[in-house]
Design a protein around this ligand. Structure first.
Ligand SMILES: Nc1ncnc2c1ncn2[C@@H]1O[C@H](COP(=O)(O)OP(=O)(O)O)[C@@H](O)[C@H]1O
Ligand SMILES: [Mg+2]
Length: 255
């Protein structure tokens, strides 16, 4: 049965979507069965995975609110991962969820339909602590928190950690934070190093992954070409962090 991991941070632009996609492909490259779940109406993950969100008739929205079987919506993608896609239809989900029974467990329910078919389910969440993110955290065994190496991203992490603690107390006692993943690390600046130091002291009881994803324009280029970072013609040091993280996940599971 799959380990369900959500990538979350209350702040936008910290590398949640990029990390979900590239970690997913890195896991698939070492023979893991991976499902990526796009739970952001902006559909960045769907786009990165090479699928055109606006052309889709069936998305996760139809599973959540029309009881469409998840298997009818999942798409196999070019680089070995399966995708449960989203598009802008999902933007009204926050409102619609207010009126459904067990509104925090809709995502849990749909993931359970296919959980046995995968080793890892990675959920990309939106940068808010609303009902969709609550659903993602309720469905997840583990959380990975991408933190871009700038101060506002640290603040988003504080907010998310409080939210996770609440979810653990009320909805999902098994959820654990797997670690903080420093992203967009700029080796040339002191600020980035300072942020790593702040992460170590301020979140001393949370694991800080020992590999950082370097800042590189190749990430934006890869996203525009809808390819994983590993396809870049030049070696991108930041890409290795995703390979390392994938290896560690396979070796240790959720530990
Ligand atoms: N390591 C990195 N170096 C430089 N740019 C990056 C890196 N990771 C992601 N990006 C770019 O930064 C932007 C935001 O990343 P994204 O993954 O969409 O963040 P989020 O999902 O948290 O909003 C995107 O344009 C993406 O291509
Ligand atoms: Mg995103």
């Amino acid at each position: 049965m799959a380990l369900v991991i959500v990538l979350a941070n209350q702040k936008g632009g910290v590398g949640k979507t990029t990390s979900t996609y590239n970690l997913g492909v890195a896991l698939a490259d070492i023979d893991q069965r991976v499902l990526l779940v796009d739970l952001d109406p902006q559909a960045g993950l769907t786009f990165c995975a090479g699928v055109e969100p606006d052309d889709l008739e069936k998305t996760i929205y139809n599973c959540l609110f029309r009881n469409l079987p998840v298997n009818e919506v999942i798409i196999s993608t070019e680089y070995g991962v399966d995708l449960l896609p989203a598009n802008i239809d999902l933007s009204i989900a926050e409102m619609q969820l207010l009126n459904v029974p067990a509104r925090e467990r809709r995502v849990t329910k749909i993931i359970n339909e296919v959980r046995d078919n995968y080793d890892f389910v990675l959920i990309d969440s939106q940068p808010s602590l609303g009902l969709l993110t609550l659903n993602a955290l309720t469905a997840a065994d583990r959380v990975i928190i991408p933190v871009s190496c700038e101060y506002l991203s640290v603040r988003g992490t504080v907010a998310l950690l409080r939210f996770v603690a609440k979810v653990r107390g009320q909805l999902n006692s098994k959820i654990q934070v797997l670690g903080l993943l420093p992203t967009m690390f700029d080796t040339r600046t002191n600020h980035a190093r300072e942020i790593i130091a702040i992460l170590k002291t301020q979140f001393h009881d949370i694991h800080l992954f020992p590999f950082t994803v370097n800042r590189s324009i190749r990430f934006s280029e890869a996203a525009a070409q809808r390819k994983p970072i590993f396809e870049s013609k030049v070696q991108v040091p930041g890409a290795l962090a995703y390979r390392e993280l994938a290896r560690q996940l396979v070796k240790k599971g959720g530990e």
